[in-house]
Design a protein around this ligand. Structure first.
Ligand code: ZN
Length: 92
């Protein structure tokens, strides 16, 4: 009798790595980028977030997309600001 490895993997992923509780659910978070002169904050970023301790688990494709958006803002010569992720995406 073999126990399903995939089942245990799913449950491990769904437990928060900080507080170990299975409280992770879809939500939104704010991400701050600070680099040299640049301080940009992106609000309303869709993410998986721990309802117990607030730890955010950003998906890799969203993270990459976010970095691209920040690069575009910096290329426009903007170094400080606060943006809404959904507004930035809507502009495309
Ligand atoms: Zn947690």
């Amino acid at each position: 009798m073999e126990k399903g490895l995939s089942e245990s993997k799913v449950s491990v992923f769904m437990n928060c790595v900080i507080c170990r509780r299975p409280e992770i659910a879809a939500g939104f978070t704010s991400i701050a980028f600070e680099r040299d002169e640049v301080t940009l904050v992106i609000n309303s970023v869709p993410t998986q977030i721990c309802r117990n301790c607030g730890e955010a688990y950003l998906e890799e494709d969203i993270n990459i997309h976010l970095l691209g958006l920040v690069e575009e803002i910096v290329e426009e010569g903007i170094t400080h600001g606060e943006y809404d992720y959904t507004e930035l995406v809507d502009k495309k």
